[in-house]
Design a binder for this molecule. Structure first.
Ligand SMILES: Nc1ncnc2c1ncn2[C@@H]1O[C@H](COP(=O)(O)OP(=O)(O)O)[C@@H](O)[C@H]1O
Ligand SMILES: NC(=O)OP(=O)(O)O
Length: 313
């Protein structure tokens, strides 16, 4: 029987620049269409780290070129722009793949706002890497000239980091539910959602942040009452002792085992840790729910129970 599945797409599903994204989305669309063809209801969320960094950099250059003419573009607006153009590519990639298979299903992107707490301590402690990798010299220059926060990212180079508050609720959730019920394939909560908080009356104010898409996908999966949350990334399974000689790939994880491994430091912050945390939160949120972490191209096999790391009670 078909399941309701929320898919969270990682960086390898989208590539690092526009031409890479066009190619990557073709492969991504095949993996998603496989699940739709099997009768599953699919809701898609995705990351935006490289893309939102690129947009923010372009907008900042524009302001620097003529500050009178081009006022600074808030980070929340950059997130909205990233949702728009990633959704555009996903809509077209999926539309084509589904039509090629004789499946006539609408695909639609919802520009999604996600509520955050303006007092979330994450605003004082930027951790979310965005944009391209830099050399140490480039990073030092950005810190000195613009006061940006940068980190050294797992031996791969330096990246700018911004605040990443926890998602609380999805503003457009009713629209998303209605569209899913109407049989549409919905792309929602892109880039973790546009971070907003409530001010006076019904006004929503954009926040200078980028929400983690794994945590936002977990909230989305709960709020659409999904059966499964699938987090697609660049590894087939989750490992303990990752990258070490005693590395061990895991087929299954209970929330309690996951918490033990988290406390032992097996999952890297900013990469595998939020995925395992989101998977545990979803698996524990209601009876019968499970999460799966696997490779993009193994999604179909993962849902069939043949691979990936399944997280359930
Ligand atoms: N314990 C672990 N098991 C498996 N992969 C891990 C682990 N710790 C860190 N990783 C790394 O995390 C990566 C996934 O994180 P990331 O690249 O940030 O995700 P995304 O697909 O969302 O862009 C994997 O490709 C792997 O290199
Ligand atoms: N917003 C977000 O989590 O993006 P990445 O998955 O690209 O880091």
């Amino acid at each position: 029987m078909g399941k309701r599945i929320v898919i969270a797409l990682g960086g390898n599903a989208l590539g690092n620049n526009l031409p890479e994204q066009m190619i990557a989305v073709k492969q991504t669309s095949k993996a998603i269409a496989d699940l739709i063809e099997e009768g599953h209801e699919v809701i898609i969320a995705h990351g935006n780290g490289p893309q939102v960094g690129m947009i923010q950099k372009a907008m900042a250059e524009l302001t620097r070129s003529d500050p009178e003419k081009y006022i600074p573009c808030p980070l929340s607006v950059c997130v909205a722009m990233s949702q728009g153009y990633i959704g555009y590519d996903l809509q077209n990639g999926l539309r084509e793949e589904l039509l090629d298979r004789g499946i006539n299903k609408g695909v639609a992107t919802v520009l999604t706002q996600v509520e955050v707490d303006p007092l979330d301590p994450a605003f004082q402690n930027p951790t979310k890497p965005i944009g391209a990798f830099m050399t140490k010299e480039e990073a030092d220059k950005l810190v000195a000239e613009r006061g940006y926060n940068v980190i050294e990212d797992a031996g791969r180079g330096y990246r700018r980091v911004v605040a990443s508050p926890k998602p609380q609720s999805i503003i457009e959730i009713e629209s998303i539910r209605d569209m899913v019920s109407a049989g549409l394939v919905v792309v929602a909560c892109g880039g973790g959602g546009i971070p907003v908080y409530k001010t006076e009356g019904h006004h929503l104010k954009g926040a200078a942040a980028v929400i983690d898409k794994d945590f936002a996908s977990c909230v989305l999966a709960q709020q659409v009452n999904a059966d499964t949350l699938i987090i697609l990334t660049a590894v087939e399974k989750v490992a303990i002792n990752f990258g070490k000689p005693e590395e061990q790939w895991l087929d299954e994880l209970t929330p309690d085992q996951a918490r033990k491994y988290i406390s032992e430091g097996h999952f890297a912050p900013g990469s595998m840790l939020p995925k395992v945390q989101a998977a545990v939160e979803f698996a524990e949120s209601a009876p019968g729910r499970s999460a799966l972490i696997t490779l993009l191209e193994k999604a179909k096999d993962g849902v069939a129970g043949k691979t990936g790391t399944a997280i359930h009670l």
